[in-house]
Design a protein around this ligand. Sequence first.
Ligand code: FMN
Length: 332
Amino acid sequence: MTANRFSIGGVTVAPNLVLAPMSGITDSAYRSLVKERNPGAVGLVVTELVSIEALTRHNARTRDMMRFRPLERPIAIQLFGADPWRMAESARMAEDLGADIVDVNCGCPAPKVTRKGGGAELMRRPAVLREILGALRRALAIPFTVKIRAGWDEGSRNAVEVARMAEGEGVRAIAVHGRTRTQLYSGESDWGLVARVKHAVRVPVIGSGDVTSAPGALARFAETGVDGIMVGRATLAHPWIFREIDALQRGLPIAPPTPAERFAAVDALIARLEEDLPSGAALGRSRGLACRMVKHLRGGAEFRAALMRAPTIAAMRELLTAAGALVYESAA
Ligand SMILES: Cc1cc2nc3c(=O)[nH]c(=O)nc-3n(C[C@H](O)[C@H](O)[C@H](O)COP(=O)(O)O)c2cc1C
């Protein structure tokens, strides 16, 4: 087996497991929680997509989206937009804040992003993407990467061509989500196409889409030869997935989290959201994330309903503490 690590420019990604960027989810609170619950098992985290239009108009809230805790490193800050000058300016801001890598979003399917030429629209406009990458090459000392989709639609599955072009323009790694823009999140990620991208370029390729278990991740590595694997949605119900993949890669036993650990993790996440966000925003994010994280527990539906009704963060945390104590009692 090949070593379970790779490099993006001078940045070592060890192990070869990456927390996928997810808008509305992978903020600093979430990323740091995932890093902590998987000690030494997440090689790289990526921010939510950050708007270059807002950054270059000095929007303070958008700038805050680039903040991170030291324990999250190495970290890639993901930018979206279509203007080469604004991309370069924003990338410099990310570099100044201490980012290890700048990633260009070429996959977001949301109309509010694609209509302005960004996200997955860049798959249809490789000439614009080429200009953007050229501008980054001139602007940055740190490495830059792209995250692409399979293509725009069934008629234009051009991930291989876009990846080759991006490599020629100096990207140091390519992440591929094997769905087209028109598929959004339906159907399945095409790992055959991910493998074709891997064989078409020399820079590291990170595969993305539908990895939900440690054996599943190992099968994808074996089938495709990718250098790294990203996990996104599966981390929501199971933020411990990275330590499980890492253990399986190293032939070590897998230790599933106890229910008590689950409650403690949700509580830690909420505490961090409270630190980072104004109270209304923290409550909104906490509700959504907490409900997903307790999904698999017995009695989870009632507990989720109670969490949704909690009027404040403090009330949510009381519920979690009480539930955690109950679990401890029943385990004793
Ligand atoms: C709620 C949500 C938000 C996402 N936001 C982003 C994003 O900001 N940037 C990006 O490149 N991909 C984004 N993605 C795509 C994921 O990074 C990933 O490629 C995709 O979900 C497939 O992987 P998964 O099956 O492991 O979730 C998002 C996906 C979801 C479900």
